[in-house]
Design a protein around this ligand. Sequence first.
Ligand SMILES: *[C@@H]1O[C@H](CO)[C@@H](O)[C@H](O)[C@H]1NC(C)=O
Ligand SMILES: *[C@@H]1O[C@H](CO)[C@@H](O)[C@H](O)[C@H]1NC(C)=O
Ligand SMILES: [Zn+2]
Length: 448
Amino acid sequence: MFFIIPCITREIHRISKGTRARMMWLLLPMLFLTAKCTSRADYSGQKVCRFHTDNFTEVVNLVQNFQQDPVDVWARSPRFIDVRVSHEAATKLEGCEVIIEDLAKTIEDTYPHEADNMKSLEQQLFEQSAPQDVFFDQFRDLDTIYAWLDLIQLTFPDLVKIEWVGQTFEGRDMKALHISAGNTELNPDKKTIVITGGVHAREWIGVSTACYMIHNLLTGYGVNKKETRYLDHLDFLIIPVFNPDGYVYSWTHDRLWRKNRQQTYFPRCFGIDIDHSFDFHWTGSQNFPCSEDYSGESPFEALEAESWNNYINMTKSEYTIHGYLDLHSYSQEVLYPYGYSCEALPRDLENLLELSYGLAKAIRKKSGKNYHVLSSCEDRGSDLTPGLGSGSALDYMYHHRAHWAFQLKLRDTGNHGFLLPPKFILPVGKEAYAALKYFCDFILNPEL
Ligand SMILES: *[C@@H]1O[C@H](CO)[C@@H](O)[C@H](O)[C@H]1NC(C)=O
Ligand SMILES: *[C@@H]1O[C@H](CO)[C@@H](O)[C@H](O)[C@H]1NC(C)=O
Ligand SMILES: [Zn+2]
């Protein structure tokens, strides 16, 4: 497929914008490569339990009676704690409400199947129904997403530039999409909104949602009033896959992988939690390198966090970042800073809260889904266990660069957890995009 791209470039430049957008979707099926792997981690017999408590230590201790491996905590909020456990543990653990009965099956349902791809292809070529939906029919692997970004750049050459952020431990590129109408009159300060997805590898819905936002902003420009206004007055910097190594690993080896794939001091254990690696109130976790939220031994040890700091700090130093949105899953929450401590008050709290509730309301109006608004420190339990919420991208961006910053934890509330089936890609994309529109409106009109 890579030899096709240069050939179509010339053609694409000769045709009109509207036709260009349509043409892009027609070319898409050529990009669909199915990741094949024979030896993915096997989760048969495992389940996910929900405990209706906020006593984290108690839950972890309970679960540890049944297993030696570090406990895989899926979610912790003031209302509940979700943990992956063995079948045996699920039946014996007091207070366990099983929310995922058959983990292996739920995992399997998140990968694309050959048949689905073929169906999309045919639909695309012969029925031509809703072509824009095809890319968002399934979750996409890294190669497909990067090829899609290339195609986006080809299709919207006056608006889009792919930028290199850095290199991962396994040698992959971290890529940002810089969207700018280059309108120096309307956007003299280079006001920018930054969106990141996929900091945690298994949170695929964050990646697809970032792509969906790219798609809507670009196809709406010059067509819809809102998008035209946004792109004329704002730049966007979107990194759909912040953790490329981890993302690939979640496709090929282990659907539940969360960290990056960097070597640690302990030979058997790979990976640093990028979201604990940023140099703002960084605290070394007491955790072993095998654990899911291992912070590394020093700030910015995670290459992705370090590269991001250099990129945003040096390459993008003249851009004024007004908004930051970090897409995660799951729990349906709008989280505002700070994460490292509940005692640290964010500046301008009243407006920050108003904006948080505004984002949640925009989602509710779009899809009827409820997103809870809370401080990131509560979600991370850092008021009870200091250190747990430290070194996050949210805190770092809020403190150093962004006027307004949020982490959006997307769907669902536990029925699938990280394993949202692909049919939710569009509904989640749409509701999150409604939040992004509210965010842009707010930034362009602080009186809102
Ligand atoms: C949590 O549970 C542990 C024992 O499992 C107990 O010692 C501790 O006091 C509890 N913490 C709170 C805040 O209730
Ligand atoms: C870049 O990072 C360094 C070190 O963290 C800091 O001292 C400096 O102020 C930063 N510069 C900008 C423009 O943010
Ligand atoms: Zn996450």
